[in-house]
Design a protein around this ligand. Structure first.
Ligand code: SF4
Ligand code: SF4
Length: 740
């Protein structure tokens, strides 16, 4: 290594930041961080047009906000189409504005923040700015809702279906804010004249609106628009004194225009610097200087063709299986290593092949002819897909919402058309049947066999079920029998009068035949909340079959479940589930399995809630009056992956925090690694445990004996027990134990 002599004329840090990896390899970086603000507040300013919003930005900046972010019309429209986000929008968007500017202030106290928002309002009125409404957000919870929408608005934008995608090639330009409205309007007009729509997001305050024209990169005419739009943008930037790249860098999309933009002299100096640091052109070649055309090395390009497949699941919303795969834009957020759920298999293997992107790229290569088409169902492709635990982390965390869990199910269905289904997959897919058979009178014998080392050796040898795992025990009294006996008892004793409110308890296989105490606890909590509990009759929901790619079987199970639940939904009764993956299958995969019955699936799905969602809703509506013991407990929450992806953990935290003395903390655990049957499979045992050892198991080991671990997922509870010896509880059990 070489130490640069101290010389105030040089700031190597700036040079390295701007160098975009073309000058050196950095092994150690020291960052100067700024302290977090004590308090923040937002003012959500509504406008009738984008131009008005952008023209008002310099005026807004006069009252010194810390940030001004745009949520444009397309972002608002996409959010309104998703019920969950439409609900969030209703907290802070009034009427139907064209767009909003989310304006943030820092301060020491709420009073100070309120006065800043008042000052903003007065200032905008005095300056005759044509806003239609301002929603103040001082409450941190409301601010979280606003930022959630802003974040998902971007996600929804990036996950637009079809071949026209909002492509980031001029999105990093910035102009002095006084020219922002003019710059954006002229770019939009230029694009519209070419027949191209544009999407926007980002930082109005910095003069940087990320403009993304919607381009079909598989079509030659559309590809030809890329350099045209870029050159027009560069000309405008020159006129307005703007910058071509303001926060993301030049990269391959923009470097080709650097000579034109900066002029020959400056560009010549850039080349000299590059040559001085990297005389052999090894570091990030083709960026900043000596770049090729922007249409070189496109992900798709005009010659891109796919060979479609006959699909087993409904991919009509994605416009085909291949387009669901193509949702991956290659940005590689799925290679993150420390936070969130996506992608557990990459986090433990650090191998591109086992990332969401690696899988999408492999499938795309086979679909588009870069690999022979037969590779789509080859054993090598099976290996690429094998460690995907179908956690749905990517569905929620990937900016393009790549849904690899669904893609894997379709892949397995395609694969099993060419290869036989292993016996182990058939056994796990039919777990409801085996559980029914092995519980009750046969439970002692079945449990003895499962504990027997010879049987376990045989299961590993002949079925590939790890002998290091203990399969869940079968209940001598399944939940359904307990429930029936209690009803009979009550009938003979002329028991309780029927409650005015009714709820359907969707009793899944595991909480019926393996862990009936969970369903019993839920029944007792719901009854304490004033409900009469109804059971819809137990059959498998199809979740284990979906995981194994046995789609036709899963479809029959889904149809049967809808037939059983629809009459309850038609009466408007809530349907509450305990195992997140089973309940949420109804809200997610059933739409893909039963496209011919979408209306009834929607009706049922709209009435389905996790136990925690249901409790939290009752509490929010002031309709929950449970009496809890007076005790102080700490609860560590581990969210189930599907729950985190589709619902979030807020309802779980609200539910577990219902007893006044309970404090709830959540571990950023990612996937527990068990993933249904995955962790039981002998060849997956080590990977499964490595996933849990990343954050979940160490966090549990740090707890005191009296601390409670909450986990709604049955396999999560098994993994925690296996890895730490600590018995985690379902939130229903925790509430039941806390009741007076
Ligand atoms: S899967 Fe998602 S996060 Fe990963 S590269 Fe593709 S688009 Fe990016
Ligand atoms: S479903 Fe989970 S394991 Fe599979 S690719 Fe997505 S994040 Fe990775």
């Amino acid at each position: 290594s070489y130490r640069w002599p101290k010389d105030s004329r040089f700031n190597l840090a700036q040079l390295m930041s701007g160098g975009e990896g073309t000058l050196a390899v950095l092994t150690d970086i020291k960052l100067n961080l700024v302290p977090q603000p004590v308090k923040t507040a937002l003012a959500i300013i509504h406008f009738n047009s984008l131009r008005e919003a952008l023209e008002s930005t310099p005026v807004i900046l006069q009252v010194e906000p810390s940030a001004v972010e745009l949520l444009d019309n397309l972002g608002l429209t996409l959010c309104r189409e998703v019920p969950e986000y439409a609900r969030l929008l209703s907290y802070f968007v009034e009427g139907q504005p064209n767009c909003v500017l989310i304006t943030e202030f820092y301060g020491q106290t709420e009073a100070e923040l309120q006065s800043k928002i008042d000052k903003l309002q007065t200032h905008l009125k005095r300056e005759k700015i044509g806003f239609t409404h301002i929603t103040p957000a001082i409450d941190p919870e409301l601010q979280t809702k606003v930022w959630t929408v802003r974040k998902v608005g971007l996600g929804l934008l990036m996950s637009i279906k079809g071949d026209h995608k909002p492509i980031p090639f001029i999105e990093d330009a910035a102009v002095p804010v006084e020219h922002l409205a003019e710059y954006v309007t002229r770019i939009e007009k230029f694009c519209n004249d070419l027949g191209t729509n544009v999407a926007y997001y980002a930082h109005a305050s910095g003069g940087c609106i990320h403009i993304r024209p919607l381009i079909n990169a598989k079509d030659a005419t559309e590809v030809a628009k890329l350099p045209k739009i870029t050159e027009f943008s560069v000309e405008l930037l020159g006129d307005f004194g703007g910058s071509f790249s303001s926060e993301h860098g030049d990269g391959r999309a923009r470097s080709w225009l650097n000579e034109k933009f900066f002029g020959k002299d400056l560009y010549g100096l850039y080349r000299q610097v590059k040559h001085t640091f990297d005389p052999h052109g090894l570091l990030n070649p083709g960026n900043i200087v000596d770049a090729g055309p922007m249409t070189e090395n496109l992900r798709y390009g005009a010659g891109y063709r796919v060979q479609p497949v006959k699909e087993h699941l409904d991919f009509s919303e994605d416009m085909g299986f291949h387009r669901a795969v193509e949702m991956c834009n290659g940005a590689g957020i799925c290679r993150k290593k420390t936070t969130g759920t996506m992608c557990p298999s990459f986090m433990v293997t650090r191998d591109e092949e086992h990332s969401t992107r690696g899988r999408a790229n492999a499938l795309r290569a086979a679909l588009s002819g870069n690999l022979p088409h037969e590779e789509l169902t080859s054993e090598r492709m099976f290996a690429v897909m094998d460690l995907c635990v179908e956690c749905k982390g990517c569905k929620a965390e990937c900016p393009s919402s790549v849904d690899m869990a669904k893609i894997k199910t379709e892949f397995l269905a395609q694969y099993y058309e060419k290869h036989s289904v292993p016996l182990r997959s058939k056994l796990f897919a039919d777990i409801a049947f085996w559980s029914h058979l092995s519980s009750g009178f046969t439970a002692p014998l079945a449990n003895f066999a499962l504990r027997n080392s010879l049987v376990r050796w045989g299961m590993e040898k002949f079925l590939g079920i790890s002998r290091r795992r203990q399969l869940p025990p079968f209940a001598a009294v399944p939940f359904t029998r307990w429930f029936k006996q209690r009803q009979q008892q009550r009938a003979t004793q002329n028991g309780r009068p029927p409650a005015a409110k009714k709820v359907v308890l969707f009793n899944d296989t595991f909480n019926t035949y393996n862990y009936p105490q969970v369903a019993i606890s839920a029944t007792e909590v719901l009854e304490a909340a004033g409900f009469e509990v109804l059971l819809p009759g137990h059959k498998c929901c199809g979740r284990p079959m979906i995981s194994k790619g046995l789609v036709n079987k899963a479809r029959r199970a889904a149809q049967d479940t809808i037939n059983r639940l629809a009459p309850f939904a038609e009466q408007g009764l809530p349907i509450v589930g305990l195992e997140p993956s089973c309940l949420l299958t109804i809200r997610d995969e059933y739409f893909d399995l039963l496209p011919h019955d979408k209306a009834r699936v929607k009706l049922v799905a709209d009435h389905c809630f996790t136990f925690e969602e249901f409790m939290a809703q009752l509490a929010e509506a002031g309709e929950l009056n449970l009496q809890f013991k007076d005790e102080q407990r700490h609860v560590l929450l581990h969210g189930h992956c599907h729950q985190k992806s589709l619902v979030g953990t807020v309802p779980s935290k609200q539910t577990l925090g219902l007893p006044a003395g309970f404090t709830v903390t959540e571990v950023d655990s990612g996937c527990c690694g068990m993933a249904g049957s995955f962790g039981y499979e002998a060849e997956h045992y080590d990977v499964s445990l490595a996933m849990a050892e990343r954050r979940l198991l160490p966090a549990v080991r740090k707890l005191n004996d009296e601390d409670i671990v909450a986990a709604a997922g049955v396999s999560c509870r098994q993994q925690i027990k296996h890895g730490t010896g600590k018995q985690a509880l379902h939130p229903a059990e925790i509430l039941r134990r806390a009741l007076k």
